[in-house]
Design a protein around this ligand. Structure first.
Ligand code: PHE
Length: 592
């Protein structure tokens, strides 16, 4: 081992545990704490989580093993690894290149969100929700003191109905596919623009497919309307029947929450729409990342992860423990763990599979690079299992940390990407005393998780310069950091279209941030993962593979080989085909 180290001059992890922690640090990141809870929310919890676990086992774990195997065998980062194993440049080097490119792209938007987490940690330390809460309380008192009874009742009725309508909408989404909805919207727009709507209807409905769609959508809308009428009467009766005292109490709660949410939203909006501020935080975050990576594999990355990862774990456990004593805890647990097929769309399955790549840092060579700093030839399967287990555990804990709080404080689990920057501060504001501490813990946790992941993203790009171009480590880290920060500029200005890329949203249909996230997470990672699986399953010489897995029973190796050759590639191809639009699973399943 020492001999090899001298021979190649390559740095190595100090211990196996150090490697597992660093790799788990790469895996556990914004994907676990920011993305997983909100996509779980959007996909109705329970069943989505179950399917996610299956994807992790059938696709994530085997590809994780493949990446570490390739990295360990080649002792190189992705570009160098394929060259090393194939004895020169081959078409496989392209897979390595795509990895480095994906690293740049992911890091460029990652640093922006990570920067926000730093900003929010500082905001929490100065207790930013306290003035918000105070103002909201004052405005609420004013409303109750001055509004007449009827408008207070109407306020409450509208609130309740809006909640119901939101639930109805998600029901509607499940019954009607996106394509049907678009077609129906076009149809409606055309009919309402026509002078003779009846004639317009008749003309358009000569198209058989459109006719089916319109009949389907109208029938469901009709049902919804009837349902809504019943609910409206019910709500009206309920609200007018309550005592003044209850009315005031409920109005006070709703109004205050609404005001706090609006103000917390404004706070986030201020940051989001101020590109320079976002960039400043991204810069600070990047400087930290570069500093650690420049420190070296063992003295920088391994040491940082040895401190950050246990802290992160302690923070998340504290938060979950707090959640366990909240009134919303049982609802949260059943939301996350009880599978309810009616809450999941088939395309959610593919989303789960796609997320498996992002959350485990697969498909772009991060695990390959980290694996290449290992000289041992044993323990590969256990390590991969451990990393995967830790990542999954933290993702589930993140749900158990966020949902009890959002449920207890009247938030929707489907709040989307703003969930952590808006719903969570809202809850912290309502908690009052102690909310500040929780807020520091929460955003600090997000920051640590982002940092350990960013280290691996930067390391992939930097190690390319170190291995292939003989740069010194500090130079490589700095250069990669500077270039990535340049690429990050448009992402930082995503919410600030007056300053930069004003027409991007209109031209691409989504903001710059979403565009690059989509490109890297939905395309490059699965594609990279597919190439890695095919390479490890079909191309990598058996001798090299066996050298890495001497210590496991042969049935286990054969099992892995089967999954990596057939199951994992097949599943990834299905995901990619759905993305190309060759088929639409929601549509297919509905037809069955
Ligand atoms: N796994 C990280 C997360 O969940 C993101 C990441 C992707 C890191 C790819 C490295 C490589 O946030």
């Amino acid at each position: 081992m020492a001999g090899q180290q001298k021979e190649t001059g390559r740095s190595h992890w100090k211990s196996r545990f150090g490697f597992v922690l660093a790799a788990a640090g790469s895996a556990v990141g914004l994907g676990n704490i920011w993305k997983f809870p909100y996509i779980t929310g959007e996909n109705g919890g329970g069943l989505f989580v179950l399917i996610y676990l299956v994807c992790i086992l059938l696709v994530g774990l085997p590809i994780m093993i493949a990446e570490i195997m390739i990295g360990r065998a080649a002792q190189k980062q992705p570009v160098g690894a394929f060259e090393e194993l194939n004895g020169g440049k081959t078409i496989w080097s392209a897979a390595g290149w795509m990895g480095v490119l994906a690293g740049f792209i992911i890091l460029s938007f990652y640093v922006v969100v990570a920067g926000w987490s730093m900003d929010y940690t500082l905001k929490s330390i100065v207790n930013f929700t306290q003035p918000i809460e105070k103002e909201a309380a004052a405005e609420t008192d004013l409303f109750i003191a001055t509004a007449d009874m009827e408008s207070m009742q109407n306020y409450l009725i509208d609130k309740r109905l809006a909640d119901q309508a939101r639930m109805g909408e998600s029901l509607l989404e499940r019954e009607i596919s996106k394509r049907q909805m678009d077609a129906f919207a076009r149809f409606q727009a055309a009919v309402s623009a026509a002078e003779d709507p009846e004639e317009a209807r008749r003309r358009l409905l000569t198209d058989e497919e459109l006719q089916q769609t319109v009949t389907h959508v109208e029938a469901i809308q009709q049902q919804m309307q009837e349902l809504r009428k019943g609910i409206e009467e019910q709500v009206r009766a309920d609200v007018t029947g309550i005592s003044d005292e209850t009315l005031f109490r409920q109005v006070r709660m709703e109004k205050r929450r609404e005001l706090v949410l609006a103000k917390v939203g404004v706070t986030f909006g201020n940051l989001y729409t101020n590109g320079w501020q976002s960039l400043m935080w991204a810069f600070l975050f990047m400087a930290l990342t570069v500093g650690v990576v420049a420190g070296g594999v063992s003295a920088g990355i391994e040491r940082a992860c040895q401190i950050l990862m246990p802290t992160l774990f302690a923070l998340i456990c504290t938060m979950v423990l707090y959640g366990a004593f909240q009134s919303g805890f049982p609802a949260a647990v059943s939301f996350v763990f009880s599978p309810d097929p009616s809450r999941l769309k088939p395309s959610g399955v593919l989303e789960a599979l796609g997320h498996a790549f992002f959350t485990l840092s697969l498909g772009m060579g991060a695990m390959m690079t980290y694996g290449s700093y290992q000289s041992a030839k044993t323990g590969l399967f256990q390590e991969a299992l451990m990393i995967t287990f830790l990542d999954t555990l933290i993702a589930l804990l993140a749900c158990l940390m966020i949902f009890p709080i959002t449920f207890s404080y009247g938030q929707e689990p489907t709040a989307g990407p703003g969930l952590v920057f808006m719903s969570m501060p809202l809850a912290f504001a309502e908690i009052g005393t102690g909310g500040m501490l929780l807020s520091i813990l929460f955003f600090g946790l997000l920051f640590f998780a982002a940092l350990t992941s960013a280290l691996s993203l930067l390391e992939v790009c930097a190690s390319y310069l170190i291995d292939q171009k003989d740069w010194s480590r500090p130079q490589a880290a700095l250069a990669t950091g500077v270039i990535t920060l340049l690429v990050a500029v448009p992402s930082a200005f995503d919410g600030d279209p007056d300053t930069l890329l004003g027409t991007w949203h209109a031209d691409y249909g989504k903001g710059f941030f979403d565009t690059v996230d989509h490109l890297a997470s939905n395309w490059m990672l699965p594609l990279g993962g597919l190439l890695i699986a095919v390479y490890a399953g079909w191309v990598m010489p058996r001798k090299l593979q066996e050298a890495e897995v001497k210590d496991i029973p042969s049935w286990m190796f054969q099992g892995w080989l089967f999954v990596i050759r057939i199951v994992a590639p097949a599943l990834v191809v299905v995901v990619l085909l759905q993305k190309v639009g060759i088929f639409d699973v929601d549509e297919l399943v509905r037809r069955l």
